[in-house]
Design a protein around this ligand. Structure first.
Ligand code: NAI
Length: 471
């Protein structure tokens, strides 16, 4: 800091107002700290403004539109469903607005000062905050970096915001693309590709590896693939996209498919090949912080960086890039700053993909359990045998429990089926609290309900399931 340059002093400076940053700021304020949160964009970060929330709103709207067209077997005849896409996007924007407004008021009520500006480290205890009108130096005791991530670009397919787009633009299109090529069959590609197919786009997904959702249990992904086929989505695996030419009326995408060059055309190309952490424009070296080869900030179990009073949470602190992981880490960092012995424990991390049907998993798969030296038992209950799933007309899929044969400890749960995103919560709670299969089996579950599938699978672990044949 230059002599004569007065600094504003704060206890905790939080950089970034997404689900990592705003949660950390609130928890630090609850613990008696004077907190300032700085974000160069809108409160709520990617998740609320350009990620989780708008995508789930669009996915839900697309689901509703498709369902109503496919309900004649239930006696619902619909004559021509009209989609007013402008109105759909407006409704989605309204959902986002309600939530971001809520975050602003929570921060205010917790007496967190919020500044819209860009942060640049100028030392190990100072930052410059550039707003539209001025630049101010802040001196902090502790700092939490929660600047999130941005869509990764393929150098040969630079985003132009019009024809070659990222998830950001895909969530605010003016009209439904007639032909959409999705590059990358990961979380984003699959979720948005499915939604646009349900809205009427002709969708092709090009995935570089030999399967959609690499790393996710193959038996779960199979169900999703089957539904994509029914929808008419063209899924091409082992398709490494090389280049795109947006100069014509349509974009021409060149990919190497199983060793051969293929060309695909579309009016929009959505590139969803991962995200890159926002750590390159913060002046981290001034704060004594180095990043790894992928740009992530190394941290310890309290989210402390190499510069001990500076913490990093969420996407900047490494995979998995999930909003709930960021919030969890934000609370740990704030508690550590307040002198509490909190540390992260990721054993019961939920993973949810809003595909059709939904996928959700937590803990260990059978294979991973074996690799960790367990003797696992696997019990799978099909949604086709669950009354609630059948009455919802959503009986595709299964819930599977992986437990330790001897102790009946729940090691992992994998779900593909209706409301998997909600059902996983009970499994996460079981792992987190150490409840075993017997405890779940002894718990009275409401009938008819989807969570009965967890009870039945747990009974299967015990060898006494009622609604399936025990192994
Ligand atoms: P991702 O890492 O999930 O998937 C990217 C896919 O692109 C991979 O399957 C990869 O093999 C493929 N790929 C890479 N280069 C390619 C090329 N040149 N040609 C063809 N395929 C190529 O990344 P995605 O979908 O962009 O999502 C980013 C992050 O956002 C994820 O890490 C995820 O955690 C998070 N996210 C979470 C959601 C949720 O929790 N429901 C929803 C959406 C995103």
């Amino acid at each position: 800091m230059v002599v004569g340059d007065f600094a504003t002093e704060v206890d905790v400076l939080v950089v970034g107002g997404g689900p990592g940053g705003y949660v950390a700021a609130i928890r630090a304020a609850q613990l008696g700290k004077k907190v300032t949160l700085v974000d160069k964009g809108d409160l709520g970060g990617v998740c609320l403004n350009r990620g989780c929330i708008p995508s789930k709103a669009l996915i839900h709207a697309a689901d509703e539109a498709k369902k109503i067209q496919n309900s004649s077997h239930m006696g619902i005849e619909v004559d021509g469903v009209q989609i007013d896409f402008t109105k759909m996007i407006q409704w989605k924007d309204g959902v986002v607005k309600k939530l971001t407004g809520g975050v602003a008021s929570l921060l205010k009520n917790n007496k967190v000062e919020v500044i819209q500006g860009e942060v640049y480290f100028s030392g190990t205890n100072t930052v410059k905050v550039a707003t539209e009108s001025n630049s101010t130096t802040y001196q902090f005791e502790d700092c939490i970096i929660a600047t999130g991530s941005r869509p990764m670009e393929i150098p040969a397919l630079p985003f132009d915001g019009e024809k070659i787009i990222s998830s950001t633009e895909a969530l605010s299109l003016k009209e439904i693309p007639k032909k959409l090529v999705v590059v990358g069959g990961g979380y984003i590609g699959l979720e948005l590709g499915t939604a646009y197919s349900k809205l009427g786009s002709d969708v092709t997904i090009l995935e570089g590896t030999d399967s959609l959702l690499p790393g996710v249990d193959a038996s779960m992904v199979r169900m999703v693939k089957r539904n994509l086929k029914k929808l008419g989505v063209n899924v091409i695996t082992k398709a490494m996209v090389q280049a795109a030419d947006p100069s014509g009326t349509e974009v021409k995408v060149t990919a190497e498919v199983k060793g051969k060059e293929e060309i695909y055309t579309a009016d929009k190309v959505l590139v969803a090949v991962g995200r890159t952490p926002n750590t390159d424009e913060l002046g981290l070296d001034q704060a004594g912080i180095e990043v790894d080869e992928k740009g992530f900030i190394p941290v310890d179990k309290q989210m402390k960086t190499k510069t001990e009073h500076i913490y990093a949470i969420g996407d900047v602190a490494g995979q998995p890039m999930l909003a709930h992981k960021a919030s969890y880490e934000g609370k740990i960092a704030a508690e550590a700053i307040a002198g509490q012995p909190s540390e992260v424990d990721y054993q019961a991390m939920p993973y949810v993909i809003f595909s059709d049907p939904e996928l959700a998993y937590t803990g260990l798969t059978e294979q991973a359990a074996k690799e960790e030296g367990y003797d696992p038992v696997v019990s799978r209950f099909s949604f086709a045998a669950n009354g609630r799933a059948l009455s919802l007309d959503a009986a595709d899929g299964f819930l599977q429990v992986v437990a330790d044969k001897e102790s009946k400890e729940i090691l992992g749960v994998q779900i593909v089926g209706p409301e998997a995103s909600s059902l996983i919560a009970q499994a996460v709670m079981a792992i987190e609290t150490g409840i075993n299969a017997e405890d779940i089996a002894l718990t009275i579950h409401a009938h008819p309900s989807l969570p009965e599938t967890l009870m039945e699978a747990a009974e299967g672990v015990m060898g006494n399931a009622i609604h399936m044949v025990n192994k």
